[in-house]
Design a protein around this ligand. Structure first.
Ligand SMILES: Cc1ncc(COP(=O)(O)O)c(C=O)c1O
Length: 322
């Protein structure tokens, strides 16, 4: 996937040293200026490694500059700003506003600029990413305009990065993300501030629909009137429903011709009540042990969040390349 994206001309945003090292293992010839490191409360060593590799490094508090000024002397840095609000499909994916750990609050800017001066660093870009699963294209217009105004005050800014967060229609009946409205919203601000390069960080939008999780039915049981369809993977294989009540389509591939049946809870094998992949799904009444269930739109925040809780094996991944 990384090779495909690289060939398409994308850059890469990494959040850990492990991601940076993996990226350069897969793409050893990648130019460092196509990589942005956006750590969150990472240890000193990760900043040192990233700066040593020459990738762009995002900072969202004066603390790293004050604690480790020797790392930043003579370096260019990217400032991650919290525009003061968060947005997204669930409160746990909103990365802006007072309750979120990310981003520099506007009132802390003078202190941050002092720390930049004292450390001998220089701010070359502004960054904001304030949530995931956003459908309103005006959102990026607002963020872009806010960052551009700030860029004028700072004076050394070459690019503005408005983050990702582009929504995906998980429900087949929902409207798809309006990519044209998104492009128009960004183009409007770009016309006002042509002096800044524009960066965007689409994540989910690029890969969510490209992945599916296949599970096998283990048991179909009934308790006090509620039908439950058990599967051989649950929150260990796909954490999103347990983590933020995310909705994924579930289809019984073995019984595509059968009519929708009585609503059932589709559950995994993990020892948690939250181990539910889908609630009240009208899977066919004929659903039985051994059937194959397809869980749709599992390409983003799917396998990468899979875990070995209860010592279950990680799901195997296959790429179908036609
Ligand atoms: C800094 C940053 N940029 C971009 C993204 C991608 O977000 P999305 O997948 O919602 O587009 C994330 C996701 O966590 C992020 O933390």
């Amino acid at each position: 996937m990384l090779q495909v994206l690289e060939a398409e001309g994308f850059g890469f945003e990494c959040v850990s040293q492990g991601e940076i090292e993996h990226l350069f293992r897969v793409l050893p010839k990648l130019a460092p200026d196509r990589v942005l490191f956006t750590p969150s409360f990472a240890p000193r060593g990760e900043y040192a490694t990233a700066l040593g590799k020459g990738v762009f490094v995002t900072i969202d508090s004066p603390v790293p500059l004050r604690q480790w000024p020797e790392l930043f002397k003579g370096r260019e840095i990217v400032l991650r700003v919290d525009p003061g609000f968060g947005q997204g499909h669930h409160e746990k994916v909103r990365t802006g506003g007072k309750g979120a750990k990310f981003g520099l609050a506007a009132e802390a800017l003078p202190d941050f600029l002092d720390a930049v001066r004292a450390s001998g660093a220089r701010i070359c870009g502004l960054h904001a990413h304030i949530g995931s699963g956003i459908h309103d294209a005006q959102h990026w217009h607002t963020v872009y305009a806010q960052l551009a105004a700030l860029a004028e005050d700072i004076g050394t800014i070459g690019f503005i990065d408005v983050g990702g967060g582009l929504g995906v229609a998980y429900d087949p009946d929902a409207d798809p993300f309006d990519i044209n409205a998104y492009a128009t919203a960004l183009a409007e601000v770009k016309a006002t501030y042509p002096q800044y390069a524009l960066w965007v960080e689409p994540g989910r939008y690029l890969v969510a629909e490209a992945g599916a999780l296949l599970l096998r039915v283990t048991q179909v049981a009934r308790k006090q009137g509620q039908r439950r369809i058990g599967a051989d993977g649950g929150m260990n294989a796909l954490m999103r429903p347990a983590l933020y009540n995310a909705w994924h389509e579930i289809v019984n591939l073995t019984r595509l011709a059968d009519a929708p049946g009585e609503p059932a809870e589709v559950v995994g094998p993990i020892c948690e009540t939250s181990d539910v992949i889908g609630r009240q799904r009208r899977l066919p009444d004929s659903t039985a042990e051994g059937d194959v269930l397809l869980v749709g739109h599992a390409g983003a925040y799917g396998a990468v969040m899979a875990n070995r809780y209860n010592l279950r094996e990680l799901p195997q991944e296959d790429v179908i390349d036609d």
